[in-house]
Design a protein around this ligand. Structure first.
Ligand SMILES: Cc1cc2nc3c(=O)[nH]c(=O)nc-3n(C[C@H](O)[C@H](O)[C@H](O)COP(=O)(O)OP(=O)(O)OC[C@H]3O[C@@H](n4cnc5c(N)ncnc54)[C@H](O)[C@@H]3O)c2cc1C
Length: 323
């Protein structure tokens, strides 16, 4: 009995979120008595296979076909459905990214089975019980799943990607699906890379600014601090609404979920819609003039004061200490 875990990659570059899904899935597979097997679909898939054994994949299925050269939700969904049938897998999982949820939804439609998205924990049994996040993380919902095929995705950042103590075998197994042209009606042909290098979602340090920063120019102080710490700048929706920063910098329900080692939230009140994007941060330092602000209450550390004085002082101290 097999648990298939779809691992997302972009032309051979593995998405970190896939390793989270594998970390989550190998533990689930062990408790459910399932074989934990990874699936890579499309062009250059083999280049992404490297870390999968170390993260618990007993086998890695490499699905290739001329119609899978570029990502297409229907073709990927059809491929994963055929692989599910041919391996006899009873459970299929992906990370709860846009792409993971989209592909598993296609599998669910094709198998005529239910699908539970964005789980944070799963207890296997005759019926699986699980908790999943809804509404951008502001609602936790308990659910049960009883189906021939258990189709789930794992909420992004629900677990940290960690290698196993003893790497699994990770044997590569080729799979060629039987696809017709209609399976590739929607295909990604090109993409615009908005961020390169460290991104908001992956950076270990995020310096976030809110309405309290006061202006577009005010973010220069946040850029200085982020630069000194090797991090990136994020912001609240009040900031993007004002046109001070692009939407790609926005943290929150309608922005990016972050999970840095430290989040420095300056001039941000900590509204629930912002908090759900920031709550996976391991440490939070709030800088705010209002000691009663929600972000101050939720942060492990806080400085009550004007960010335009506090942030340059932190940057200066870092530069001083580094000589
Ligand atoms: C459907 C929906 C989705 C949303 N999605 C998001 C989302 O993804 N992300 C998001 O961020 N918001 C989102 N929002 C908006 C959210 O509700 C808040 O309005 C927003 O987060 C507030 O931004 P803010 O904290 O920067 O501003 P404010 O709430 O105005 O807070 C400003 C803070 O700055 C402090 N301050 C002022 N001056 C200084 C200073 N000189 N030094 C230090 N502190 C100072 C103030 O004390 C205050 O705490 C969403 C709202 C809705 C309805």
């Amino acid at each position: 009995m097999t648990l298939l875990i779809l691992c997302d990659h972009d032309r051979g570059t593995l998405a970190e979120a896939s390793l989270e899904a594998l970390t989550f899935g190998r533990d689930l597979a062990q408790r459910a008595g399932l074989s934990c097997e990874a699936v890579l679909i499309g062009e250059d898939a083999e280049s992404a296979a490297g870390p999968l054994a170390a993260h618990g994949a007993v086998q890695v299925h490499l699905a290739s076909h001329v119609l899978l050269t570029d990502y297409g939700p229907e073709a990927w969904g059809e491929t994963l459905t055929q692989l599910t049938r041919s391996t006899g897998a009873t459970a299929v999982m992906a990370c709860g990214t846009d792409r993971g949820n989209e592909v598993i939804a296609h599998v669910a439609a094709r198998l005529d089975e239910p699908f539970v998205a964005n789980c944070t924990n799963i207890t296997p049994g005759d019926t699986w019980t699980m908790t999943r996040v809804q509404w951008g993380g502001s609602l936790l919902e308990d659910a049960t799943l009883d189906a021939g095929h258990r189709l789930v995705t794992v909420a992004h950042h629900a677990v940290e990607a960690t290698p196993t103590e003893t790497p699994a075998d990770g044997a590569l197994v080729q799979f060629t699906p039987d696809l017709v042209a209609e399976a590739a009606r929607t295909v990604v042909k090109d993409r615009v890379v908005l961020t390169q290098g460290i991104t908001l979602a992956t950076s270990p340090v995020v310096v976030g600014g809110g309405r309290g920063v006061g202006s577009e120019d005010g973010f220069a102080q946040l850029e200085d601090l982020a630069g000194a710490l090797g991090g990136v700048v994020g912001c609240s929706r009040a900031v993007t609404n004002n046109g001070w920063r692009p939407h790609s910098d926005q943290v929150g329900q309608t922005g990016t979920r972050i999970a840095p080692d430290i989040y420095i939230a300056a001039g941000i009140s900590g509204a629930i819609q912002h908090w759900v994007g920031a709550m996976a941060a391991k440490n939070i330092l709030a800088v705010n003039t209002d000691g009663e602000a929600n972000m101050v209450a939720k942060a492990g550390y806080a400085v009550i004061g004007d960010l335009h004085k506090v942030l340059p002082a932190i940057t200066e101290e870092i530069v001083l200490r580094r000589g």
